[in-house]
Design a protein around this ligand. Structure first.
Ligand SMILES: Cc1cc2nc3c(=O)[nH]c(=O)nc-3n(C[C@H](O)[C@H](O)[C@H](O)COP(=O)(O)OP(=O)(O)OC[C@H]3O[C@@H](n4cnc5c(N)ncnc54)[C@H](O)[C@@H]3O)c2cc1C
Length: 412
């Protein structure tokens, strides 16, 4: 089936469909139109300021672009908005009608009457998924905005982007959150804060431009100081600090170091002392983007923290530092340690296969979720449910403070 939808005559192929490529200005106007159609029909639940986020995320989810992780990120955003705005399945009808009206208006000459049903059904399908996502996620951190405070090129293809959220973000070290640049509205990608929550509220993201990627090259090469980013709700992604005082082996490939660095900061601030070994893998010395911080951490916390570097493809470094990450991890593994692994999907798969074979107790192995396998994603979903029910039974969040972020006016 082909959808021929374009405000400016250009279309973008995606799988069996063609989806609209709207310019940023078109997009803003389309989101405004969508919002006013709903308002005209008496549906006033959507704050105007959130209309671009809501509309573009819905459009992207209907188009189904992106890998499973990206699609899940979009659904997390929609799910939390659904919950926050107090929506129900029956709201799907008015939302779908406004969306079809908007697409019809902005599709220009490419509009065909038979497309109305396709968009309507796509919208209702996504709305059902958003409702399920809302039920799974429960209440928690909301979608908000942040201003880019600095962008530092850390090495070829990696940027450290510091963001000042307009309101304090609620997250735990090791979490990841959907992040979106309005340059590519609705195209959310998971990123992991690289710092434990700071007094000034700023958050550092370490972002690698994946060659051929749709979004990461924009984060790394185009997003500039002063720009706005959209920030989705932080979620647990398999890297929470295990309870107790077991020693830790933290294994990072590339920017997988980001959430692990946040964990090291959390441990440094905690009264519980546990020995921590960090193994950071990169291809060459030039790809090791956070060397200065690693050196400082090692110097300051040398009584409990060791740092091991592993270069998979650099014959010029100390032979002791040469080798594949998994082999180096097994060399440093001590039974009883909790092993947390974060990095590109290929590293996670290698760790999943080889670390248990090499002797790591599967019960002690904590892998960052990639959303690539149904089982992986199902486990992630069940952890969100558990986290939600625990939070609900222990904290009266709705009473105010950071947890009481349900009201639409708090979006800004
Ligand atoms: C829980 C979680 C946390 C994450 N945290 C971070 C982070 O802190 N910093 C960061 O830079 N990235 C992080 N990512 C990856 C990020 O969300 C994007 O997937 C990545 O930036 C690629 O997006 P893209 O739009 O450029 O590529 P896409 O257009 O989505 O994909 C292009 C191709 O690259 C592949 N690909 C996707 N991700 C990667 C990857 N990480 N390495 C190699 N190939 C990949 C895809 O399978 C696809 O084939 C995280 C992912 C998850 C699931």
């Amino acid at each position: 089936m082909k959808w021929l939808l374009s405000a400016n005559g250009r279309t973008r192929e995606f799988g069996p469909t063609e989806v609209p490529t709207l310019t940023f200005a078109d997009h803003e106007r389309a989101a405004e139109h969508f919002w006013s159609v709903m308002a005209d029909r008496g549906a006033r639940f959507l704050p105007e300021r959130l209309a671009p986020v809501f509309f573009s995320t819905l459009m992207e989810s209907i188009a189904g672009r992106g890998d499973p992780a990206a699609r899940r990120a979009g659904l997390v955003v929609l799910g939390r908005l659904y919950r926050r705005l107090g929506l129900y399945p029956h709201h799907g009808a008015v939302i779908a009608a406004a969306l079809v009206d908007t697409v019809r208006r902005f599709a220009g000459e490419s509009w065909k009457p038979e497309l109305a049903n396709i968009w309507e059904q796509g919208c209702l399908r996504v709305w059902r998924s958003a409702g399920q996502s809302a039920g799974m996620l429960g209440d928690g951190p909301q979608v908000t905005f942040g201003v880019v405070e600095s962008v530092v090129s850390a090495c070829e293809g990696v940027a450290v982007v510091t963001v000042r959220p307009v309101r304090r973000l609620r997250y735990t070290p090791g979490d990841a959150m959907p992040v979106c640049s309005p340059r590519l509205p609705g195209r959310w990608r998971w990123l992991s804060p690289a710092n434990a929550p700071r007094p000034d509220g700023t958050v550092e993201f370490h972002i690698r431009a994946v060659p051929g990627g749709a979004v990461s090259p924009v984060f790394v090469g185009q997003v500039a100081v002063g720009e706005l980013l959209w920030l989705g709700p932080a979620c647990e992604v398999g890297l929470s600090l295990p309870a107790g005082d077991a020693d830790l082996l933290l294994v990072a490939g590339g920017t997988g170091w980001a959430p692990l660095r946040a964990l090291v900061e959390q441990i440094a601030a905690s009264p519980v002392r546990r020995r921590v070994t960090v193994v950071v893998g990169s291809r060459t010395l030039w790809d090791l983007y956070d060397a200065a911080v690693l050196t400082t951490l090692r110097q300051v916390h040398g009584d409990w923290l060791s740092v091991v570097l592993a270069f998979s493809d650099d014959g010029d470094v100390d032979p002791a530092a040469q080798g594949g990450l998994v082999g180096v991890v097994l060399f440093h593994y001590v039974p009883g340690q909790a092993v947390l692994v974060c990095g590109p999907p290929q590293l996670i798969e290698e760790a999943r296969t080889w670390l248990p074979i090499g002797g790591v107790d599967p019960g002690d192995l904590h892998l960052a979720v990639t959303f690539r396998h149904a089982f992986d994603a199902a486990l992630w979903a069940s952890r969100q449910r558990t986290a939600t029910s625990t939070a609900t039974s222990t904290v009266g969040e709705a009473s105010g403070g950071e947890g009481g972020d349900r009201r639409p006016e708090e979006a800004s």
